[in-house]
Structures are given as C-alpha cells and as structure tokens.
Design a binder for this molecule. Structure first.
Ligand code: AMP
Length: 398
C-alpha cells in the first residue's frame, strides 16, 4: 500500500479518516483521548506539508441517524487544543455546507466533518456516499486502524473513487507490529490469551497455536480448558459446547511442540461482586457453588516463569475480572511482568489496553494497539478489509 510520505500532498486537500471513537462520560467529556493523540503524527505531517486537512471519523453507534450525544464536537475541541489551532466542525459530513467550508480552506487549515455514522450509507458501504466523501479532497489518507476490520464507505468504498489513497502513520505502525511479528517473530514467542470466553477468541487461538512457542491461557476462558482436562470448576464460566474443541486445541499444541500454560490456582467467589467473600484455592479444590474470577499467586509465579525467556510477547485479554479490585491482582501482576521483561511486547486493544494503563505501565510496553477488534482479527490471521482496499488502490495507481 502507499503511505502518506510516498505521496505529494504539498498544499493539497487531504481527507483523513481517523478512528476518533473515544469514550465520553455523561456530560460528554472525553475520558480517554489516546485515539486522538495517536492521530497527531499524520495530522502534523500534513500540516508541515501545507496541506488542507479534512478529518472524518465515526463516534459510537448512532445507527444511521443524528444523535446529539454522539456529535464529534468534543473531539474537535480536544483536537484543537492538542494542535494549538482552530478545528472547525461542519454540521454534517456531506452536503452544501461541507462543500462551502472546504472551498474556503486555506493551507494548514484543519476542519472536521460530523459523525459519519449519522448516515446509514456509511455502514452500508454505499457507493454514492463514498463518492461524495472522496470528491472533497485530492488525497485520501486512512489512519483509522481501529475501524479497519469494517467494510464501510469511508474506509473501503472510498478507495474506489479517491484519486489517490494511502495509509497514515498509525495504520502503518499497527500493521508493522502485528504483521511482522506474526510472520517472523523473535523466539521464544509467547502468546497470552485471556478474557471471558473461548468462543470470542477461538480463531485467534487456532491461528496462534501454529505460530508460538508457548501459549498462556488465563481469564474466564481457561475454565473451559480446565473442565475439558477433567477438573471440576464449580460455577466458573464454561462453554460446554467447546469442550471438544478445547481438547483438540491441546492436542494440536502437543503436535506442534507448543507449551501450554493454564492456571494452577485461582481466586474464587460465589459471584463476581466487589463485596463477595473470596478464597484462593488450587484448581483441584474449587467449591461446587463458587466460580474462578482471577488467577491465583501460584499461577502468577508460573506465568512469570514461562515469560522469563520470551523474546516476543503478544497479549490479548485479562486474566480475571480486573474491573473489580478483588479479582484484579492476576491481570495487574502480569502487566508488571510483561513491562519488566526484555521482550518485544505487543498488547491488543480493548480491555487489555485499559489494564495496562490502569497498572501505570504503558510506557514500558513496546506497542499497545489502538484497535481491539482490528488487532484481534490480525491475531486470527484475517485480512482487514480497509487494508485490502488500500493495497488494491495502490495497484491501480501503479
Ligand atoms: P474479552 O472481551 O473476551 O477480552 O473479555 C474481557 C472480559 O473478561 C473482562 O470484562 C473480564 O471481566 C472478563 N473476565 C476475565 N476473567 C474472567 C473470569 N474468570 N470469569 C468471568 N469473566 C472474566
């Protein structure tokens, strides 16, 4: 694919697709602006080239209609502060007002168009909508990695109509970390997979099991594996329909010489509640009416040991219900272990990203993805539609 530095954007109108889907509180204040900060290298580069920067993004799921609480106004305001310059917000993302605003743009000017998902045509990958967006600029830049697993008008359809399409710095960085690591990792390569259910990460497990040297399995999903191995796991989260799949996974790991690590003890309670009484027990001693909600201290020590010689670590999914303090120790201990390792460390987005930041270790992780869903699809070995579209557009440009 083409990258923004490959293209002459001097003084040109550049339409940049970002993923500014940031969390907002009830008063519409941004509670985490990392996705906006991650866009700054591309925006600043375009401004240094005297380009006129037109920004497009989605926010939340308005379902194809205008929802006041999902306006990009707070994002435009925050971006304006981060850039130290005005960022005007258009009332819509298509229409006469937008055209007028764009026609009046001076070099080094930044405007933002309103939430793309206020139009149902965005999620439908509608050609006419994509054509209109593409028509606003000389160059289209896709830097919305977090949305790259979606086939939408603003990231896939648009590449059919844009004169020139290329990737921004964030998109390239994300792909580099995931693709090059998955293709040719420094070994030992260890994957840590956690989170709630096996079903949500089945394809990632299946893909990684053929690539890694060691796989650490924690979180709720570990209990399906433990039950498949014959342990009584009380009322822990188990997907009974996947017991057979779990057994097969263990067999494939053996055949591939992959070392699997499961919890040997856990923190249990009768329910996932901050006031619940908790106990730490070996896996063999989970009470029938209790559930495993975090890995225990022996497991933390085991997992640390397994990580000690790693040269590459990829992590997706917490080790327990880390949102509740009583069940957060396992996840946070693992964050610290990874941060202290000498390996190349890559963390998927979503909950794992939240855990790393809450543990205060984000500076010590090599790379934290800005896209939970998109990075998971890369772990699954899938091709991202937006990336495919950029590759196709680059071939057309040759
Ligand atoms: P996922 O979206 O699949 O990565 O799952 C993340 C969620 O898994 C978090 O909200 C955790 O609270 C939850 N989780 C982690 N460990 C457990 C567990 N042992 N039992 C139930 N839920 C868990």
């Amino acid at each position: 694919m083409k990258q923004i530095q490959d293209i002459d954007i001097k003084g040109k109108k550049v339409l940049c697709r970002f993923d500014f889907n940031v969390p907002l509180d009830d008063d519409l204040h941004i509670t985490d602006d990392r996705r906006i900060k991650a866009a700054l290298p591309t925006i600043n580069y375009a401004l240094d080239e005297d380009a006129r920067v037109i920004i497009i993004s989605h926010l939340g799921r308005p379902g194809g209609k205008k929802v006041a609480g999902l306006s990009l106004a707070p994002v435009a305001k925050r971006l304006s502060r981060l850039l130290g310059k005005d960022v005007a917000l258009a009332k819509d993302c298509v229409g006469d007002d937008v055209e007028k605003l764009i026609d009046g743009m001076e070099p080094r000017c930044v405007i933002m168009l309103e939430n793309l998902r206020f139009h149902k045509e965005e999620a439908e990958n509608d050609d006419e909508f994509a054509r209109k967006l593409a028509g606003y600029a000389d160059v289209y830049v896709d830097d919305a990695f977090g949305n790259a697993h979606r086939t939408h008008a603003s990231n896939v359809g648009i590449t059919k109509f844009a004169k020139v399409s290329c990737a921004g710095f964030l998109m390239k960085r994300e792909l580099n970390y995931f693709s090059s690591t998955l293709e040719d990792p420094l070994r030992p390569f260890v994957a840590i997979i956690g989170g709630s259910k096996v079903s949500g990460k089945l394809e990632a497990l299946a893909n990684l099991i053929r690539k890694v040297d060691k796989m650490i399995i924690g979180g709720g999903m570990a209990f399906t594996f433990l039950k498949a191995m014959g342990y009584e796991v009380g009322t822990s989260l188990v997907e009974d329909d996947l017991l057979h799949t779990a057994r097969r996974g263990i067999k494939i790991a053996k055949e591939n010489g992959v070392k699997l690590y499961f919890p040997v003890d856990c923190v249990i309670a009768e329910k996932a509640d901050s006031k619940a009484v908790t106990k730490i027990v070996p896996i063999q001693e989970i009470d029938p009416n209790w559930m495993g909600l975090d890995i225990g201290p022996a497991t933390i020590a085991l997992f640390r040991e397994a990580l000690s010689d790693a040269k590459t670590i990829m992590w997706n999914g917490p080790m327990g219900v880390f949102e509740i303090d009583a069940f957060s120790m396992g996840t946070f201990s693992l964050v610290h272990a990874i941060a202290q390792s000498h390996a190349l460390t890559i963390v998927g987005g979503g909950d794992t990203d939240v855990a790393v930041h809450r543990a205060g270790e984000s500076e010590y992780i090599t790379y934290i993805s800005t896209g939970g869903g998109a990075s998971l699809e890369l772990l699954e070995g899938k091709k991202l539609p937006a990336v495919e579209a950029l590759n196709k557009a680059a071939k057309k440009m040759k």
